[in-house]
Design a protein around this ligand. Structure first.
Ligand SMILES: Nc1ncnc2c1ncn2[C@@H]1O[C@H](COP(=O)(O)OP(=O)(O)OP(=O)(O)O)[C@@H](O)[C@H]1O
Ligand SMILES: [Mg+2]
Length: 200
């Protein structure tokens, strides 16, 4: 298991990128965490690490985005899926066994379909920034505040280098817990520790 502290979206992306370098065909990464935790940001890093070109935005409404590459990346947002039949309709299983790497947000929605061997990533918000997704950020007016589009990255975040810690309320702080299921992913997490830098 790896526990990583991120103090900005950039940190989260960095860990994703390190992971992306290690992923191969058939690998499944599940991303848990509340609304706005940074799952999509993490996947942006994964895509960069895999050498995928083009923008990675949340597949909230389309459920699946396929990003072509040497190894394709399937980015799934299962938030809107209601159970397995629904998931089958949109072709989740074809993705899971489609020869690409797969990153899934809200995997708990499709628990029954997930392979036993996978990487579970949980992004915890260390400080409640008071926006906790209440009021149905997703359900009602769509994803206007999601996907990182239009607002700049580390805005309002401490940069984690310790020289301005009076600034900000820590709402950018995340704890990212990476939990391997199965031997392949145990080895991958060991490599990830080396790539992600000292102290992890
Ligand atoms: N350390 C951090 N890591 C990632 N994102 C952060 C961090 N600090 C602040 N943020 C901000 O939090 C937001 C995370 O948005 P993102 O769309 O990645 O969340 P999500 O977990 O995918 O949410 P959803 O469940 O709605 O899909 C972004 O606006 C990002 O800039
Ligand atoms: Mg998301």
């Amino acid at each position: 298991m790896l526990v990583y502290r991120a103090f900005s979206p950039r940190d989260t992306r960095r860990l994703g990128e390190a992971l992306g370098k290690l992923l191969g065909p058939g690998d499944v990464v599940c991303l848990e965490g509340e609304l706005g935790a940074g799952k999509t940001v993490f996947v942006q890093g994964v895509a960069a690490g895999m050498g995928v070109r083009g923008r990675v935005v949340s597949p909230t409404f389309t459920i699946i985005h396929e990003h072509p590459g040497k190894v394709p990346l399937y980015h799934i947002d299962a938030y809107r899926l209601e159970g397995v039949p629904d998931a089958e309709t949109v072709g989740i299983e074809e993705c899971l066994y489609g020869g690409g790497a797969v990153a899934i947000e809200w995997p708990e929605r499709i628990r029954e379909l997930l392979p036993e061997e996978r990487l579970d990533v949980e992004i915890r918000m260390l400080v409640d920034d008071g926006t906790d997704g209440g009021g149905g950020g997703r359900g009602t007016s769509g994803n206007g505040n999601r996907g990182g589009e239009g607002h700049h990255d580390d805005e309002g975040c401490r940069d984690g280098d310790g020289d301005d810690d009076g600034d900000g309320d820590g709402s950018c702080a995340r704890e990212i817990v990476v939990f391997p299921r199965g031997e392949r992913f145990r080895r991958m997490v060991e490599e990830l520790k080396a790539l992600a830098g000292p102290g992890y």
